[in-house]
Write a protein that binds this ligand. Structure first.
Ligand code: G4P
Length: 524
């Protein structure tokens, strides 16, 4: 009998970890893999200082910088469920990439460094989650070393993010002298013992309160006082408000020493929602048991330098995906063969035979597919487009070698499609000197590196005086183009953007010509 997609979906948990760089996202990812038994010892996902990376950093540049630019999709079984963990780049310059990944998850874990609390990138990513109604679990990390009071961090979450923190586990021992956690759901005390650098699971021992009081002394008493305060505040775990994005269950621990990691992973299984019907572009939910449909949320070229190829990552929204099936590409109406479908675990690829709602498939050599594109079987559907970020940086790109103009154009088109940068073209000037727009300057570095190394077209990037972009339309474009200090350019999808030299100048134009369309672009 054919498997029922809705039944399979019920066992899926598809989520991402978001954090400010250095809060511990990569470490936590490794530890999830360790606790799920997907890796034998931690330290295999990301190179620790000086050590060779095994899994996720495939671009030369990433290795040099020691940052993870490209997102990875990790799939592993845990407690009878299939966990899909979508990795997000931590650096703010790649926020747009993260945003697209968040379009494909059902929940997220927000990691905060207990010494630092909410940092700028945490806030930005949080806003994206709120915007998309993604339920958030919170992990207060690095309790193994001195940090701020966890109670103070709860206040920060509620004051700065407007999210109600509902602590599920609470530390015994202060940051720096962290002994274990009390699970507020049943009052049990889980005591941890360190393993060397957290390479293997931390030994856990459930200790009854009488014995804990004796063994932990003052640390236990202090924890009890805080627990009484929490009980009085009434902020207890509430699944409904968590799913509605109003509250966030809070877990405490240390990814490095593995303390509290299992309880957090269990919460992903027990609290995070399974995939549910995804609304199409008319707002009508696509039933999980409808024929296969999914959307592309990420395109990645040349992940494997040995095979110059291009993978489109597709989040399955409905139905039963079988490798080899022919689906329809909604944007072009053309058939698309899925003979080369794979899962990707870091740089390793495995052929995937089937997938269900919540899963991510990598379609190899997916020429013609763009970010946000829908693929479906039988029953036509189109999912909403993934909105673009408001660019904040603008440069002009020029090929250094006039004889390589063809390669330059080809690279430009591909990197635009992948969303490495946004390519803006002047209606009359075309491709000769396009303006590249990005959220952060590192996107430009990736662009010129790849254009030179993959397409053999070295470029020079020249600064521009533009600082702000607004979306406009063809009715307003001529008047804007006539204004000084404004330029109107088009993206490949036809969207018109007006670029301004300063926010003050934009404000002036808005005031003088209120009839013109100048819309904010999300997340700016
Ligand atoms: P990111 O992906 O969010 O950027 O953070 P990542 O996991 O790479 O962690 C950043 C640094 O914080 C790493 O130290 C990591 O070891 C450390 N770290 C992560 N979780 C914990 C924790 O629970 N406790 C403590 N004390 N440290 C933690 P690094 O010095 O950059 O690398 P390494 O040389 O230690 O490997």
């Amino acid at each position: 009998m054919a498997p029922l997609p809705s039944l399979e979906a019920a066992s899926r948990r598809t989520f991402a970890i978001i954090s400010h760089p250095d809060a511990g996202k990569t470490t936590l990812t490794e530890k999830f893999l360790l606790y799920a038994g997907a890796v034998q010892s931690a330290g295999t996902v990301k190179a620790r200082s000086g050590r060779r990376s095994a899994t996720s950093d495939w671009m030369e540049m990433e290795q040099k910088r020691g940052i993870s630019i490209s997102s990875t999709v990790l799939q592993f079984p845990y407690r009878g469920r299939t966990i899909n963990l979508l990795d997000t780049p931590g650096h703010r310059d790649f926020s747009e990439d993260t945003y697209r990944v968040l379009a494909a998850v059902d929940a997220a874990v927000m990691v905060l460094d207990v010494a630092k609390g909410i940092e700028p990138q945490t806030r930005k990513l949080f806003e994206v989650c709120r915007d998309r109604g993604i339920p958030l679990l919170t992990f207060l990390n690095k309790l193994d070393r001195p940090g701020r009071e966890p109670l103070e961090l709860l206040d920060e979450i509620s004051d700065q993010l407007g999210l109600i923190p509902t602590p599920v586990t609470w530390p015994v021992g202060i940051p720096g002298d962290f002994r274990g956690v009390v699970d507020r759901r049943d009052g049990s005390f889980v005591r941890f013992t360190k393993s060397a650098r957290g390479a293997s699971e931390a030994a856990e021992e459930v200790v009854d309160p009488g014995e804990a009081a004796q063994r932990e002394g003052g640390a236990w008493e202090a924890a009890q006082e805080e627990l009484a305060l929490l009980a009085a505040s009434g902020n207890d775990l509430d699944v409904e408000s968590f799913l509605g994005g109003v509250s966030s269950p809070v877990f405490v621990g240390s990814a490095l020493t593995n303390f509290g990691v299992r309880l957090l992973l269990d919460a992903v299984v027990d609290l995070a929602p399974a995939p549910s019907p995804v609304p199409d572009d008319e707002g009508k939910p696509r039933a999980l048991d409808a024929p296969f449909a999914g959307f592309v949320f990420k395109i990645q070229a040349n992940m494997d330098p040995a095979h110059r190829d291009r993978i489109a990552f597709v989040r399955v929204c409905s139905g039963h995906f079988r490798r080899g099936m022919t689906v329809t590409h909604a944007a072009s109406g053309k058939p698309f063969a899925t003979k080369y479908a794979s899962t990707v675990f870091g740089a390793d690829r495995e052929t995937i035979e089937e997938a269900f709602p919540g899963d991510v498939i990598g379609l190899v050599n997916a020429t013609g597919l763009g970010i946000g594109d829908t693929l479906y079987e039988a029953d036509p559907v189109r999912f909403p487009r993934i909105p673009s970020f408001a660019p904040e940086q603008f440069v002009v790109a020029r090929p250094l070698d006039g004889g390589r103009f063809k390669q330059f154009r080809r690279g430009l088109a591909q990197l635009d499609e992948e969303g490495v940068v946004q390519v803006l073209r002047h209606v009359d000037r075309g491709d000769a000197a396009p303006i590249l727009a990005a959220v952060g300057p590192m996107q430009f570095e990736v662009f010129s590196h790849r254009l030179e190394h993959e397409f053999g077209a070295p470029v020079e990037l020249l600064g521009t005086s533009y600082k702000v972009a607004r979306r406009t339309d063809s009715a307003s474009a001529p008047a804007l183009a006539r204004s000084t200090g404004v330029e109107v350019l088009a993206r490949a999808d036809g969207t018109l953007l007006a670029l301004f030299e300063s926010p003050a100048w934009l404000a002036r134009v808005e005031q003088d010509k209120p009839e013109l369309t100048l819309e904010r672009i999300i997340a700016d």
